[in-house]
Write a new protein. Sequence first.
Length: 868
Amino acid sequence: MTIRITSCKTEYMTNPLGLDCLQPRLFWQLESDSPGASQSAYHIQVATSPEGLAQGEADMWDSGEVRSDASTHLPYDGAPLQSETSYYWRVRVWDEAGQPTAWSDIAFWSMGLLSRGEWKAKWIGRAAEPGLEMQPSPYFRKAFVLNKAVRRAVAYVTALGVYELHLNGERIGDWFAPGWTDYNVRVQVQAVELTDKLRAGENALGAIVGDGWYAGTVGFLGDKVYGERPFILLQMTVEYEDGTKERILTDASWKTSRGPILYSDMIKGEAYDAREELTGWDLPGYDDEAWELPDVRAGYNGLLVAAVEPPIRITKTMRPISMERTAAGTYIYDMGQNMVGWTELKVQGERGTQVTLSHAEMLNTDGTLYLDNLRLAVQQEHYTLKGEGVERFEPHFTFHGFRYVELIGYPGEPDLETITGKVVHSDTPVAGQLETSDPLVNRLYANITWGQRGNFLSVPTDCPQRDERLGWTGDAQIFARTAAYNMDVSRFFTKYVQDMVDCQQPSGAFTDVAPDAGWIRHKNWNTRLNWFAPDNSGWGDAGVIIPWTLYLMYGDVRVLAANYVAMVKWVEYLKHTTDDLVRPGYANYADWLSIGADTPNEVLATAYFAYSTKLLAQIADVLGKTEDAQTYRTLFDGIAAAFRRAFVDGDGRIYGDTQTVYVLALQFGLLTESQRDQAVHRLVADIRGRGYRLSTGFLGVGYLLPALTDHGCLDVAYSLLTQEAFPSWMYSIKHGATTIWERWDGWTEENGFQTPSMNSFNHYSLGSVGEWMFRYMAGIEADPAAPGFKHALIKPKPGGRLTSVKASYASLYGTLQVAWQLTGEGDFRLEVEVPPNTTATIHMPDAEGTVHTVSSGSYVFESASMLH
Ligand code: RAM
C-alpha cells in the first residue's frame, strides 16, 4: 500500500506568513488508493533551512517517531521560534502495517514581529480637512532605493481604518484589511510577501487608507466609533543576499495627499472624482513635492496581533442578466442574484460627467429600486469622469447588498457589459457540496450559501445592506454549524470568539454584538438602553456554542482551552442572574422574528442557560477538568429540574406552548421521558394545526427539524422543509428569493413588503436549516468522542419527496462523501467515501437498523427494507 502525504498546513493555512503563536499547530492529510489506510506513527522535522531539511538537518525540532494516529493540530514543540524567521517542515508517517511513507513535500510558515519593541514604524495619518462632513481617503507614499540583491522582503501592515497597499504601481493584498476588531483592544496585522515585487534601484510603496470600521459609519451607531480618522502602520524588512537587513517603515519621512476618493464609507458609499487622480503616485520617480507631511500619531495602546481572520477577497464576478431603461432615462440592471460586494463600471464620456450607481435588493411594484429597507445606508457610488477614453471604476472601502443596480447619468447607451458585479467576503474556502433530486431544495441550499457569502465579512454580520451589518452573536451561534458544513470557518470563527471575549463585560456577560461597537460607550446608546444589552439569551450563549462547534467540526481543543475562563464566567454570570435557577427575563429578543407564536422570555432564558451549562460540562471534560465537568453537569441537572418545575404542566404542556418551547426543551435535554413524548405530541399537533407550517424564529428554527427527526417525526420534518405555503422556506423561493430573508414575511402576497425599518433580504439566520440538511438528510454527523470527523457518523434519513441526496464535506482529513438514492420500490442505495486515517459508523435507515463500521475507502450499501 502506498500512502502519500498531502495538504501540509500550519494553523489551518498553507504556508502562512507572520504568525505570532509560539506553538503553531501542524496538519497533514493522507492519500491512498487502498481501503483502510491509516497512520500508526508520525515523524516531524522542522528546520530553518529548506536545503538543510531536505538533507535531514532538523535544527529546530525533530519529533522522532511518535506512535500516534494524530494528523491534525500537532503543536510545534521544538526550539523557541524567533521573530521574522521562516521555518520549514516535513512529515512522514507509518501506515497501519508499520510501513513508513516517503517524506512529505516541504511546507513552511514564518513568524511575524513577536514583541512590541520590534515595531519601529510610526502610525501615520493625514490631518482632517476643515469643513467637510466626509473626509477624502488619504494617499501615502514613500520612495526608497535598493542597491543590493534582495533575498526576502516581507511587510507587516495594519491600520486603524482599512488599507489598500501598493508597490511599484501594483495593488497588493486583500480588501478591508486589517479587518474588524475592537480597536480599543487589538488590531490585526497582515504579513505581505513583497520579495518578487521589488526592483533594483528606486521603488515606491504606497497606501490608500479608508475610514473603515475605525472612523467610518458602523451600523446605526454613527461614525467615529473608535477614532476620529484613520492611520496606517507599515514595517517592511528587506533582507539582502549578503545577510544584511534594512527596514522601510512608516514615519515622518512619508508623504501624504488627498486623492480622487472624495469619501468612501462602508455604509454611505463612495464618491470618486477621476479628475483628481494622482497618476503614477505609487510608482518610483513620481514627483511628490506638492504632497504634505503626514501626521504622526503618538502611539496605540491596543495589541498588535497576527491576523487570525481569513483575508477578504473578491471570490466571484457576476454578469447582469438583464437591463431595462426606465421612464426617467436611467437603467436598471438585474444581477440575477442577491449578492454582496460592488459593481465595476466601464464608461467613456466627457470630462466632468457624473455617473451614479445605486444598489438595492428588490424592486418596487413600479419597477423602481426598493430603497426603503436601507434605513440610513446609502448604497451609491458617484463617479466623475476624467474624459480620457474608456474609464473603469470600482469603489475602495465600501460594500453593498444588492441584486439590482440603477445606472444614472450614463453618457451614451450602456449594455450588459457596462457593469460587472464583484462578490466580496471573507475567503473561507468552500467545504460542503449538497445536491438533491429536488430543485427547490437545491435552491434553498444555494440561498443558504449565498447568505453566508454575503454576510461573512471579517465578522459574521446580520445583514449587508442597511445601516446595521453588525456581528450579532445570536445569529452567529444559530448558523455556526451550518456555516462550518458550507465553508472552512475554522479561523473565521476562532477570530470571532476572540471578538466576543474582547467585549465580555466584567460581570461575565457576553454581548449581543461583537466586536463591541460602543454599545456602552456610544452616544446613541441611551435611546436603546434596556433592549440592546449584553447578556440576551441565545445571543450571549454564542460564547460557548461557537467554541464547541469549532471543537466538533475541527477537533480544535486550543480554542476551548484559550476561552475556557471566559465561558466559565458566562455560565457563572447566568447562574447569578437566576431565581432558583430559573432566569426571569434576559431574553429581550425572545424567539426573534418568530411568526404567529410568542415564546416567553423566561422559558428561552432558562433553556439557553441550561444548554450553555451542558456544553460547558462537556468542554470541561475535553480539557480534563473533571471536577468542573461534574459541577456543571450537576448544575445542568438542577436547571433542567427547575425548568420542569417552573414551566412544564402535568399534561406536558410547556409554558408558552409554542413550537420553540418544545423544540428547545427536547434538544437541550430538559424533559423526563414521559414529558418528551408529550412534547413531541404537542409539537407535531401544533405544526399540523397550522397546516404543516412552522412558527419558529431565530432561536427555534435551527433545532426544529433536528428535534422532529430525533423524535421519530421525520415525515413532519420533510413536510416543513418542502412546504410552499406561507410561512416557509419555499414560500420565499417561490417568490424569487436567491438568499435567505431576515423575516418569514419580508414580503407576502397579501401585504407586500414588511416594515422598512427592519427588512433584510439577505440574512442567514433562518438558513440554519442547512445544518439539518447535512447532519440528517445527507447524514454526515460529527462524533464528539472523536471530533473533527476523525470518526464520522453516517446516518442518512431519506424521506419526503426526495429520491436522492449527494453531499460532501471537506474535513481536515480529506473529503467525506455520502450519496443516497431510492431505487425502484423503495430500495435504498448508499455510497460512502471515508477519507484515510478516519473511520465511520454507518447507520442504514432500514427496518433492521443495520450498522456498518468501516475505515477509509469507498463503499456501497444496499437495503430493500426501508423504514417509512
Ligand atoms: C436585528 C437583526 C439581527 C438580530 C437583532 C436582534 O437587528 O435581525 O439579526 O440579531 O435584531
